[in-house]
Design a protein around this ligand. Sequence first.
Ligand code: C5P
Length: 410
Amino acid sequence: MLNGKRILLIVTGGIAAYKTPELVRQLIKAGATVRCVLTRGGAQFVTPLALASVSGDQVYSDLFSLTDEHEMGHINLSREADVVLVAPATANTLAKMAHGLADNLSTTVLLATDKPVLAVPAMNVRMWEHAATKSNIAMLRARGVTMIGPDEGEMACGEWGEGRMAEPEDIVLALSSFFGSTAPLGGYSAIVTSGPTHEPIDPVRYIANRSSGKQGHAIAQALKELGARVTLISGPVDLPDPQGVKVIHVQSARDMATAVEGALPADIAVCAAAVADWRVDNQAPQKLKKGIDGMPSLSMVENPDILAALSRPGERRPQLVVGFAAETENVLEHARAKLAKKGCDWICANDVSPSTGTFGGDQNTVQLVTRTSVEDWPSQSKFHVAKQLATRIAAHLGAQKFAHKPGEAS
Ligand code: C5P
């Protein structure tokens, strides 16, 4: 969520300023670029050199510096960022912000900016609880400033209470969800199924398929990157969990169906898992023994169809249900039939004949079949298929926004 975002960090004069190099480091690790403004008070607790070293940029401090103004005027400084983050925000700076004072570079930037402002208050508990601070905070909130924290805990001064600056990782999370709420899929929730299922024969043997989970996992990641809150329900795969996504690991189709049911309601469902159509009905409680049990005879029974169940009309039906049709012949024909039979909205049809290398491979060629159209997508990496699908979903839901709000079933 923070990838490519430009953050102007204003560090004001509280003891918590010593944590800001770590905050900058974490923001940069998350993909953001950070430019710092340091007040004279802030410089008592953290050096410009420390912030310059971690941010990889010069630190701005002086409103009347000819060189700074020449290189980056304070108006530009306030406008070229995506957000302005004040951390720590002292009671004094919050008061100045509330009353529109502009007596140093940081408050001038805050008055001049046309970008969202997030403040991370940090002060002694009595100062935080003071009526003046309370009214300043209320005024700033009413004006659209987002407050992150403060936390409760032991203060540098030895007192206990509310007023500690939020920890750097919590600030990063809060910023991510701030950007998430403005992202194309911000406010939407999604369920993605991925990978194969394992259908046990006995406690050590199972029936499986060659699905790697690469496509499903990439879709979960891509939806998350567009701001959706994603639950990924994954069969056994050899892949790391995508970051920032809630992952539920399952084995069998029945486990997957239960997990999907438990993850509802959701606005979007993408069923990319290669769910086994059948399971062994006469699963052995103990390991089958060659020579003792003889040749096993497996009796099979049909698994629940997760995609069809999700697509069934009703209050909990996601607004958009997308299935996959992995076929080895007559791909389009089968995809159209599947769309009608399962009742989903879209089918991503793909040829998984061994010659295509799709199953387990990194490339995929998809045709997106909707009820009214067929789109031929180029042959591309599964990562790019995921991005294209997530963007297509965002465009579709964006166009429907006036008909349906996030969280509302169709
Ligand atoms: O019927 P078939 O397995 O070809 O359908 C493929 C689509 O249905 C995929 O989206 C897959 O995730 C989904 N599916 C399912 N539950 C099943 C079988 C398939 O969700 N039991």
